[in-house]
Every structure is written in C-alpha cells, then in structure tokens.
Design a protein around this ligand. Sequence first.
Ligand SMILES: C[S@@+](CC[C@H](N)C(=O)[O-])C[C@H]1O[C@@H](n2cnc3c(N)ncnc32)[C@H](O)[C@@H]1O
Length: 499
Amino acid sequence: MTDLHFRLRDALAAAGYTYDVVSDLIGTTAQAALGRNETTPGLRATRGGTPVETLTRMWLLQATVSAEDAERALPGLVDELCAAGILERTLSEVAARVDLRPYGTDGGNLWVASDLTPGLDGGSMRVGSDHVLGISPAATSLAELTVRAPVGRALDLGTGCGVQSLHLATHARHVVATDVNQRALWLTRLNADLNGVSFDVREGSFFEPVAGELFDLIVTNPPFVISPATGERLVYRDSGLPGDRVVEDIVRRIPSFLNPGGVGQVLANWAIEKGTDWDERLAAWLEPATDIRGCDAWIVQREVLDLPSYVELWLKDAGQHGAPDYARRYETWLSWFDDVGVEAVGFGWINLRSRTDDGTDPGPDNHRLEEWRWEVEQPLGPEVAAHFERVTSVRALDDDALLATRPRLAVDVVQETFGPAGAEDPSQIVLRRQRGMRRAVPVDTVTSALAGAADGELTLAQLLAAIGQLLGEVDVAARLAEVRTLIADGFLETGDHLG
Ligand SMILES: C[S@@+](CC[C@H](N)C(=O)[O-])C[C@H]1O[C@@H](n2cnc3c(N)ncnc32)[C@H](O)[C@@H]1O
C-alpha cells in the first residue's frame, strides 16, 4: 500500500464518504437522476460544505470545488493527489481527474476509483482509447453471477478498475488481476490499497500472464463488442479480434486453466449467424481439447439484439451519435454484419465447471445451453453453484440408485393450476420454483402427486408405487428421465441437496 493511498483511505473514512451516507445525503431521486447522467439534483442536495458533501460533489458529481473545501475534506492531501493524477487544481479550485465513489456490497462499503463517467449533463460521451470503466451494469451482472464459495486462487481476466477482484478478495485467498491497459492496472492497484486488500496485478494479454497456472475460479467480462475492424479501438470494449472470436478463445481456453472442480464464468456477446442456431455454434466451443479435463457447461442467452439496436447502442456508447460521420459508421457496421453473415447478437452468461478426476463423476459432460429472458433471483451465483452440484450428483446415480433416493420437494416450489372456472380438474398443472432461475415446468397428475408426496421419507420407488395404486399404473422407466430433470433443475432434492 502506498502511503498516499493509505492516507487517502483514512480521509475518506474520516469524512464518512460511504455508500449509505452518500445515498442518504443525496436521496433516491437525485441518485436516480445521476443514473441518467444528470447531476443538478445531487448538486442541490450537497451545498453545505461538509467534507462528505465536498467529496460527493467532486467525485460523484464531477463538480469543481473550492480549494478551501477540498483541503478541509482531504487535509494535507490535495497537492499529492494532484501529483498522483487523482485530482487537479488551479489556485482556488480543485476537480477530480478520476471517479472515486463508495460502492455498497453485501460485505460492506468499498471505494472504487475509475475513469470519469462521460456524458454527465449532456456532455460528450467520447473517451480516450485507454478509458477504464467504473461499476457498469455488466460489471454488476458478472459480480452477481459469480460463485462465491471460498477458494484458493481466483483470476480476474481483464480487470479494468478491479471491481471483480474486489469481490473476489472476499472469498479467494489469492487474486490475480490481469489487463493490457496500464491505466487499468494503476487503478486496480489504487483500489486494492483503498480497500485494504492485495491483488497479484499482472500486465499482459488474456491468459499470457498466467501461462501454466491453475485457478479455482476465473471470472471475466471481456471486451466483447462485435464490430468491424476499423482500426479504432476502445480497449474496454474492443478486443481487436474479428467477430466474437475473443469470447470463443476465452471459452475454449478456460478449461486448461481450471483446477478440478474449478469454475469459469464469462459475460459475453456472441454473433447469431444466418442459418445456424445460436446454441449450435456455442456448443462447438465446448468441445474439449484432447489433453484437457472435460467441463460441464451452462450457457444462458439472456437477450437478443437486432443489428440496428446493437450498432446504435455501441455507437452511442462511443459518443458517435450526432457526429458528422455517424450515418457512415452505422452503414459500415451493418454492411459488415451482412458480409460476415450475422443476423443478430446474443448476450448472456457462460458458466463452466471443470470435472473432478476422482473417479466418482462418470458419464459425459453436461452441456446445457438455453434461452432464458425471464427475471431471475439475484445474486444468481448460489444457483450457478447449485446447478453444477445437481448435475454432478444426478449423473452419478444410475436408475437403481435414483429409485433408492428419498426425494423431497424443494421449499420454494409452488403449484399453479389452470383451467376453466368451476371445472373439477385443472387442464394444466405447473410447478414453479420461486428461487434461482424461477423455472416453471408443466407436469401431469402423476408428477404433481409425486411432488406433493416427496417429503424425504419414502424412496422414489415407494412413491411411484403408491401413486400407481392411486392413479393407475405408472411407467417407472419413463418417469425417471423426468425425475432426473426435476432434480437437475432443483425442484426435487435428494441427499446432498437437502437444505
Ligand atoms: C468490459 S471491461 C471489464 C472490466 C472489469 N473486469 C469489469 O467487470 O467491469 C474489459 C477489460 O478487458 C481489458 N482488455 C482488453 N483487451 C485485453 C486483452 N487482450 N487482455 C487482457 N485484458 C484486456 C480492458 O482493458 C478492460 O479493462
């Protein structure tokens, strides 16, 4: 920890510059306005001149403050922070050169420094090619997706300002953070110091700085924007590789960097090519290299953007909207999509878990690729961990072992019935989980009865026999596949999953 960072941290704490205090100070309406890049409501709420108001005005709202107020908020630090590139000053005024804001997490308050947010109050959205993002919606989404089990070694690939590493530091003994952008590495080191944690920060492209090493957890929100190679590059979003190759390469390479049982999680965009199902393309990325242990995979397509929406989104993100060559750029991008046969862009999550090699995990890798646009429980990380646990244990059960389990209905499952008003029997029965992915599955009366009776006391064989006596003969063999899916999706729990 550099001494300056240490003293800055103390000053932030002394000023009470924490997420809760700042939220209370500016209130929800001003916070929402700031979310829309508008600072006026926040400025109106911070005119008292207290240290926390000064810091909020300077860093969160990017307002210039008087040198006197700045000195009061950061006693003895202003000149050094200017020399370090964190602030800048004239004789009488001080302004921020980086964004530095409190970040509320389950583990408490953090401070996160990043580059200044562009576009406040209608200002330019343009940023330098080495711009370092702060806490973006994508960063939050990956943080919520991440499996938070205690681990030994974790890798944050393309760390940016280090936000994923800050989360990883709460449950990983050793965190390696890599990036090609020197400015990102500087900000990551600053953030480690401000939050009293230590990262192994390394410069280099993708897996280059960790060649030959293994990890228990790899997370990455890579530069995944799918764009024509125009030579211009914003390093936080453009990989310089064609199409979605950056994501494909990462997905193909992750297994060789995972310890047995290790998890890799990628937030990504992928090209949906004309005449090819999205999941068919991505499934090919999961084919294991011959020398590498297999991985189970769970890929979820959360959103599909049509090409004009995609191009507009990223041209606006780069501050090109309204520029004289906006229409030409738009046209070039769409023509390139045409040329390479892309018809839409998918956005979603790629989760991989390396198979264990202790001999207790037989059967082929489980690759689940699905489209799921519905609301899910957040954070989803615990469900990702549970998903892989469930597929592993279902795979280990042959039919006899499955029949000998004592299934129990998960506590979050409810039954919904539909049908004409007044009808004696419903025309449709649905079991719905209220947690995790909040899945719903239509079932028949036999499976509904099984779900209702599964209380962990009777074996599956006994349950099916009893239901057969009540409702007529049950084809046990045919039911087993359905029961396997119900267990894999968390509707029914057996042994290990009983919570
Ligand atoms: C979308 S940002 C993600 C930042 C941060 N991890 C987060 O979750 O918000 C992508 C990051 O990848 C980095 N990056 C770009 N090209 C890279 C490369 N070839 N190797 C490693 N990192 C790279 C960028 O500098 C940027 O910090």
